[in-house]
Write a protein that binds this ligand. Structure first.
Ligand SMILES: C[S@@+](CC[C@H](N)C(=O)[O-])C[C@H]1O[C@@H](n2cnc3c(N)ncnc32)[C@H](O)[C@@H]1O
Length: 219
C-alpha cells in the first residue's frame, strides 16, 4: 500500500505551491497557529513580517492585535485567499507575492518575524541570512516547525526534509552575543481541520536580537 501524498510535504517552487493550493478551496485550518497566540498574545506591537503566510490566518491575527504586518508567500493563489480573508476580517496587511530571498533588500528590519512551517532552503545559506537579517535589533524571531516529520515517508515522496531549514539549524546559527533565546522546545499541538492536522508536535524557537551581526572580515 502506498501512502497518500502528504499535503504538508515541503515543495518550494511557486508553481508547485500554486498547484497544491488549487487542489482545495482551503488548505489550512483558517485559525492562527496556537504557538503564535501563546507566544505573542498581549505583547507590545510594532512592525511584523510573516514569512510563508499561506492563507493568512497568522498575519490576520497579528494585525488584529495591532501589529503592522507585511505577509509574504511565493504562492499567488495563497496570497489571493489571504487578501480576501484579511478584507473579510477588516484588517490591514501588506500582502506580497515573493519568496524571502527575493524580498527587496531595502526593506527595513522588523520588530517581529514569524515563520510557521516554512520551506526555506538550507543550500547556499541565503534564506537563513535573509531570515536573521529581517529582524531588527531588540526584535523577536518566532520560528516554528513540525517536530514529527517522517523522513522515510518524505523521501519516498521525493523530497528530503533535511534540505530545508529546521528549528535546530536556526537556533545553531544564532550567536550568543547577538541573540537571546527565550524558547527552544518541543510542544504538543492540537489542530482540527486543514492539511496540517496530522502533525501533533511543534518545535518552537523564540529569540530576541541583541545586536547586529558584526561585519565579515575583509580580505
Ligand atoms: C507549510 S505552508 C505554511 C503556511 C502558514 N505559515 C501556516 O502556518 O498555515 C508553507 C508556505 O510557505 C510558502 N513558501 C514556500 N517557500 C517560500 C519562500 N521561499 N518564501 C516565502 N514563502 C514560501 C508556501 O507557498 C506556503 O504557503
Amino acid at each position: 500500500m502506498t501512502d497518500a501524498p502528504d499535503p504538508t510535504a515541503p515543495v518550494h517552487a511557486a508553481d508547485q505551491w500554486d498547484s497544491r493550493y488549487n487542489e482545495l478551496d482551503q488548505v489550512w485550518s483558517g485559525n492562527p497557529n496556537a504557538a503564535l497566540v501563546a507566544e505573542l498574545a498581549g505583547s507590545p506591537t510594532g512592525t511584523a513580517l510573516d514569512i510563508g503566510c499561506g492563507e493568512g490566518a497568522d498575519a490576520i491575527w497579528l494585525a488584529g492585535q495591532g501589529w503592522q504586518v507585511t505577509a509574504i508567500d511565493v504562492s499567488a493563489v495563497a496570497i489571493g485567499r489571504a487578501r480576501q480573508a484579511g478584507s473579510a476580517a477588516r484588517v490591514v496587511v501588506d500582502w506580497q507575492v515573493t519568496s524571502l530571498a527575493r524580498m527587496p533588500f531595502d526593506t527595513r528590519p522588523f520588530d517581529l518575524v514569524t515563520a510557521f512551517y516554512p520551506t526555506l532552503l538550507k543550500a547556499g545559506g541565503e534564506d537563513l541570512d535573509r531570515l536573521l537579517s529581517s529582524v531588527a535589533v531588540n526584535g523577536t524571531l518566532l520560528f516554528v516547525h513540525h517536530a514529527d516529520i517522517d523522513r522515510e515517508r518524505a523521501l519516498a515522496q521525493g523530497f528530503d526534509p533535511d534540505d530545508f531549514l529546521g528549528v535546530d539549524d536556526v537556533a545553531t546559527a544564532l550567536g550568543e552575543k547577538e541573540w537571546d533565546i527565550a524558547v527552544h522546545e518541543s510542544r504538543e499541538r492540537d489542530v482540527h481541520g486543514g492539511a496540517g492536522a496530522h502533525h501533533h508536535h511543534d518545535l518552537v524557537l523564540r529569540a530576541r536580537r541583541l545586536a547586529q551581526r558584526p561585519p565579515e572580515p575583509v580580505g
